[in-house]
Design a protein around this ligand. Structure first.
Ligand code: ADP
Length: 182
């Protein structure tokens, strides 16, 4: 585990479903109906209350699915976290389809949702870097930049946790994020 940005950003390995932050962020797909990876793990651990709320959100606000870069909030169900913030990261197509901008939006809009719910802590997975194929090094810089500007601009989430599922992902993040250099 390492901390940055005056102790407000914590970087660690682990299973995000076990985080006791006010909110955890889900790297969902636009259907909001669950999937593999971290999405599947969150729905399994949190139980059916989460998918029920996702279904309501689809029926009312997003009948065509949640677009990449956007985020919505549901209950955390049986998770230790009170809320799950579902965001959709971009699928990596090589970098020419505004993937960078969409990934930054996914992080930024998730923090905005956390602020709306007055969360003082929130945990994030490495959005888009699994099945969606976003290069980990590039994603690390984007995530770190968003966190830095959010914290510098006085955002309400006091503790942000970036949770990496494996040691290798953790190491790549630390080497690529730019957080270690002054
Ligand atoms: P995406 O479709 O956005 O790429 P994935 O779920 O495939 O989402 O992967 C995103 C990241 O989440 C990957 O680094 C994956 O290893 C990681 N991950 C998978 N399960 C968990 C978990 N339980 N806790 C934290 N991170 C996880």
């Amino acid at each position: 585990m390492e901390t940055f940005l005056g102790g407000r950003l914590i970087v660690k390995t682990g299973d995000i479903t076990r985080e006791e932050t006010d909110a955890i962020v889900n790297a969902a797909n636009s259907s909001l109906m669950g999937g593999g990876g971290v999405d599947g793990a969150i729905h399994r651990a949190g139980g059916p209350a989460i998918i029920e709320e996702c279904r309501r959100i689809r029926d009312t606000e997003y009948p065509d699915g949640l677009p990449a870069g956007e985020a919505v909030t549901t209950t955390g169900g049986r998770l230790p976290a009170k809320f799950v913030i579902h965001t959709v990261g971009p699928v990596w197509y090589g970098g020419g389809r505004n993937e960078d901008g969409l990934l930054a939006n996914a992080y930024r809009n998730s923090l905005k949702r956390a602020d709306e719910k007055k969360c003082v802590s929130a945990a994030f997975p490495a959005i888009s870097t699994g099945v969606y194929g976003f290069p980990r090094e590039r994603a690390a810089r984007i995530a770190a930049d968003v966190m830095k500007s959010y914290i510098d601009s006085g955002g309400g989430v006091r503790k942000i946790v970036l949770v990496f599922f494996g040691d290798d992902d953790y190491r790549v993040f630390l080497e690529s994020s730019g957080l270690q250099s002054p």
